[in-house]
Unconditional design. Structure first.
Length: 119
């Protein structure tokens, strides 16, 4: 497995990103960030600027596979991803969900152990 990165992404949309429609099921990396950029919150302004411009561009366009494409772009945020380069385009696989699973498991473990020590 390659190294994980912090990045913003969106579903590939040939109207915006060019190319053909056979990539519409992939996630394309918009920006990737170093830890320094993340901690200094440099990504917030870039993401806000990008979302505003992209929403204006797709105002009257419909994604071929995703009906709520505009909502996905509105809610985009920085995520933990594995980046894969294919023909000079960076696609990504999401890994943020793994952190959420780990947090739920830890909370369940903590709650069970806390309850057992009280009883």
């Amino acid at each position: 497995m390659s190294a994980l990165s912090l990045a913003t992404y969106e579903p590939y949309f040939s109207y915006i990103h060019g190319g053909n429609d056979n990539c519409n099921d992939k996630l394309i990396v918009i920006y990737d960030y170093s830890l320094e950029e993340f901690y200094q919150n440099n990504w917030k302004d870039e993401l806000s600027f990008y979302k505003k411009n992209i929403l204006h561009k797709v105002k009257y366009q419909q994604h071929p596979m995703i009906r709520n494409y505009k909502n996905i772009v509105k809610k985009s945020k920085i995520e933990l991803v594995e980046m894969i380069e294919d023909h000079n385009v960076c696609y990504c696989i999401l890994h943020t969900y793994k952190i959420n699973i780990l947090k739920r498991l830890w909370k369940k473990y903590r709650d069970n152990n806390y309850n057992n020590t009280i009883n």
